[in-house]
Design a protein around this ligand. Structure first.
Ligand SMILES: [Zn+2]
Length: 134
């Protein structure tokens, strides 16, 4: 579900429809954005705070050069307690840095709350796991 970047609620987010959509629209999901279609149009609006933004643009900022496979690798390595310098994916762009920071923060929070982070069958290289529980 899409969250409002301004007030963080997701219940009040509506996707903006442009042009002449078939009526009636589902008002719990959509909002009419007007009949002018432009690539600079915002894609979402928030009924709670009135903020409008383009979800596509936000995604591109993070998702352009980073593959989901890389993100997965970072998440696994971070959860295993591998230090930033030794990750399989080199953190050498602002995008990767941001992703790393988010993953690290969430992993640390999960650990603080005592959630076990488990991975099914990661092969033979289990040393970092041992270190984590020492
Ligand atoms: Zn909002």
């Amino acid at each position: 579900m899409v969250k409002c970047p301004n007030c963080q609620t997701s219940k009040s987010v509506r996707k903006l429809l442009y042009g002449f959509p078939e009526l009636p629209i589902d008002e719990n999901k959509f909002e009419l954005g007007g009949c002018v279609i432009s690539k600079d149009n915002p894609t979402h609006t928030c009924k709670n705070c009135g903020y409008e933004w383009s979800h596509k643009k936000q995604k591109n900022k993070l998702g352009k050069e980073v593959s989901s496979r890389d993100i997965e690798k970072i998440a696994v390595d971070v959860a295993l307690g591998i230090s930033k310098e030794k990750l399989r994916v080199k953190i050498d762009t602002p995008e990767l840095e941001e992703i790393y920071n988010v993953i690290k923060k969430e992993t640390d929070e999960a650990r603080e709350k005592g959630y076990a982070i488990e991975f099914p069958n990661l092969g033979t290289d289990l040393e970092p796991v041992k270190k984590m529980y020492d």
